[in-house]
Design a protein around this ligand. Structure first.
Ligand code: XMP
Length: 171
């Protein structure tokens, strides 16, 4: 399958520098834990945290959604084997892409239930036109059209994550 360039490497890096500066200013006096959602946000996490020059902790969560056998409702199962205690911490939840908004809003609720002092959200990409849950990311890299994207952490069948740019997958 062909990958058509959507956002090039230097545009991503420039945007992450700006986001990092904004996060640094906003969290200067607050203990920050960045909780990254596996696996798609790993590359953005690595590049973003290196732009933030205040103390911070890094945690990882995995969120999988399952559709019930008898209902159409989806349940989000959260695996937090690599997430330290977030109680009383100021949490910045980082995901690769905001699509319907279901993952991010469920994880915000989950982290609040775990006793986080505050929870904000950051996404590299925000897809327009598919959101069903009203959630506004506090930090957003790029707004993109409703296309399936890969690269820079995002996958198709677990491939393409290593591409240093974001591209549209063409069949
Ligand atoms: P929701 O709908 O909960 O979904 O906001 C967020 C998750 O959906 C996946 N997703 C994509 N993955 N290319 C991808 O590689 C895409 O275009 C795309 N759109 C949604 C992704 O796992 C994200 O965390």
């Amino acid at each position: 399958m062909a990958v058509e360039l959507l956002i090039n490497e230097s545009a991503i890096q420039d945007r992450l520098v700006a986001m990092g500066q904004q996060i640094e200013a906003d969290y200067r006096d607050r203990p920050l834990t960045i909780v990254a959602v596996l696996t798609g946000s790993l590359i953005a996490l690595a590049d973003l945290v290196r732009q933030i020059r205040i103390p911070l902790r890094i945690a990882l969560v995995q969120a999988s959604s399952y559709r019930g056998a008898t209902t159409t409702a989806t349940t989000l199962v959260v695996n937090e084997a690599f997430a330290p205690d977030v109680a009383n911490r100021h949490v910045l939840l980082l995901d690769d892409i905001l699509d319907t908004g279901q993952t991010l809003s469920a994880l915000v609720q989950h982290l609040m239930d775990r006793g986080a002092a505050t929870v904000r959200t950051a996404v590299l990409l925000r897809k327009i036109g598919r959101q069903v849950v009203p959630i506004e990311p506090d930090y957003c890299g790029f707004v993109i059209p409703d296309v399936f994207v890969v690269g820079y952490g995002l996958d198709y069948n677990d491939e393409y994550r290593h591409l240093p740019y974001v591209g549209v997958l063409r069949q």
